[in-house]
Design a protein around this ligand. Sequence first.
Ligand code: ZN
Length: 300
Amino acid sequence: MKKQVIKTTVIGSYPVQPDNMAFMKNYFDQTLDTSWEKNIERAVNDMLGAGIDIITDGQTRDPMIQLFTRKLDGCRVRGRAEVINKIGYGEPVTVEDQKYVRSLLTKDRKLKGVITGPYTLAKSCIDLYYSDEKQEAFDFASALKQEAELLQKHVDMLSMDEPFFSDSVPEYGKNLIKTVAQNISLPVALHVCGDTSKAIPDLIEMPVDILCLEFKGIPKLFDELKDYSFPQRICLGSVRSDDSRIESTEEIVAHIQKAISIFGDKIVQISPDCGQRMLSRKVAYQKLRNLVKAGEIINA
Ligand SMILES: [Zn+2]
């Protein structure tokens, strides 16, 4: 039987914003040019340099909430994001960024479009219009569905990021995800970070292909998940995003081997636990580099 190849990928944000750039100026010898194209190039070049298989734009244009609420109808950003009218889809949000990333990639690399999930958007915005969180979340989902439909022409897979599911998944959570993900022809991943142990019965019901969870920072997830049978495959969080200690290749290999011993060929991707925005660029890069080296050892 042909051995399955585990792919490396990233989650959410990558640190190339001005603060990090000032810190990194000497290390990578780059100027403080902050055009969105330059920021994407920095993130993508780091991912490519580290050897990551499935690349993203690094969400360098804006943090995950502002990225969507700056463009979706009914929302505005005044420091925090606010909902001030009925949410709708007036214009593409991340499509230009994804097309630009694609132009930087060679054919051997895949591209993942990243969508901030509807529940997380609803939970993160100050609501000045709905007074009904469920309706607000479903209107976000309908708008995001249109973004997903446009994105699928330009990317190889999609990830929906729903960090707020770690606190609690609402009873309508599954339908919310279905609203965005159904009839999308690409593989769809759902990333939920933090301690998701209480949410696992809900997460394994989600109509997605891959669950991306924080297994490195929250190792008890191995025990919490191992007794369930579930249809999704796993993107294994394998280096921490909240700790600047750089995990050695050996440590990451041991972590992946543990996961394979429990979940077998369900482990199809490895990644950082979450977006790396809180790390310095140097540390983020080195973690990706060691992740790739560990993947190469496992795949060999
Ligand atoms: Zn996360």
